[in-house]
Design a protein around this ligand. Structure first.
Ligand code: SF4
Length: 284
């Protein structure tokens, strides 16, 4: 076939391409919407994209690169992965993939694995200490590189799961924000996949054949409470499609006067409007 002839695809392949393009457009649209709605990226930003080697962060990077090409603003991207020295971590996978993608990238190496092992009490999950250490290293690196924004790959399902974790086990009405200033005020963390469902991210990532590196190389299992909540959301998706999206929508539609937080609404100061005496019909 000459290079000028149009490619002929089998019906299944055509359908797969059509579905993939649709999904890509949907994720791109949702990412763009979160960026605009929450002012996540502004003109002149340098955005450090944290890549774990999981489906979420690969998808995030694709979306940001795609938007970078067409957005009316200019921003820089720097992909960063932290090699935490877990046994079996495939060191060549990310550099090979990122070089081919043509995005500026850095691989940091820090043996947090040994610290995590040493500091985690027997029988406890290693993820909380591991994530804290990882966060600290990545945030300092963003400072070093002058990156004013740090992009993370959390999606809508992560947001809703966190809400229920805090409700069920923490007694707090608190989820994951789309944009957050770090405690020391030096970094702004953004979550551009805030509106995207995990199933769409997973399907996209699979179709793109991202070279996935599992997070649990360290042998840690995801915390049981989060697993239970994930199972609950999966069941809800089956029973009543749209429920999880509705919960996510509720996070953007809060009525503080109909909750009970004294810090958000002045309940003690709430009084009836000054009464205007009713005048009897006969004027008396
Ligand atoms: S699974 Fe292992 S590498 Fe991943 S966050 Fe947990 S402790 Fe860290």
């Amino acid at each position: 076939m000459s290079s000028n002839e149009p490619a002929i695809f089998e019906p299944e392949e055509r359908k797969a391409r059509y579905d993939f393009n649709k999904l890509q457009k949907k994720l791109r649209r949702l990412t763009g919407r979160a960026i605009v709605d929450y002012g996540q990226i502004e003109d002149g930003d340098r955005v450090m994209v944290c890549l774990s080697g999981g489906k979420d962060s690969y998808t995030l990077l694709d979306m940001l690169m795609s938007l970078q090409r067409s957005a009316p603003i200019r921003f820089e991207l720097l992909a960063v992965n932290l090699d935490q020295k877990q046994p079996g971590f495939p060191e060549d996978v990310l550099p090979g993939y990122l070089a081919e993608l043509g995005v500026p990238y850095e691989i940091l190496e820090e043996d947090t694995y040994s610290i995590v092992r040493e500091k985690t009490p027997e029988g406890k999950t290693t993820c909380p200490i591991c994530s804290r250490l990882r966060r600290g290293i990545l945030y300092s690196h963003a400072d070093k590189r002058g990156a004013n924004k740090i992009a993370l790959g959390h999606h809508l399902d992560d947001v809703v799961e966190t809400l229920f974790l805090n409700l069920f086990y923490g007694g707090k009405m608190k989820a994951m924000p789309p944009k957050l200033k770090s405690d020391d005020g030096r970094n702004v963390v953004i979550r551009p996949l805030y509106y995207a469902r995990e199933r769409d991210v997973a399907a996209y990532s699979e179709a793109r054949r991202h070279p996935i590196i599992p997070c649990n190389l360290c042998g840690s299992q995801e915390n049981l409470q989060r697993q239970n909540i994930k199972a609950m959301l999966t069941e809800w998706d089956r029973q009543q499609p749209g429920r999880v999206e509705n919960i996510a929508r509720a996070l953007r539609n809060v009525a503080p006067s109909h909750l009970g937080d004294l810090g958000l609404f002045d309940f003690p100061g709430l009084k009836a409007d000054t009464l205007i005496p009713l005048v009897a019909r006969d004027g008396s």
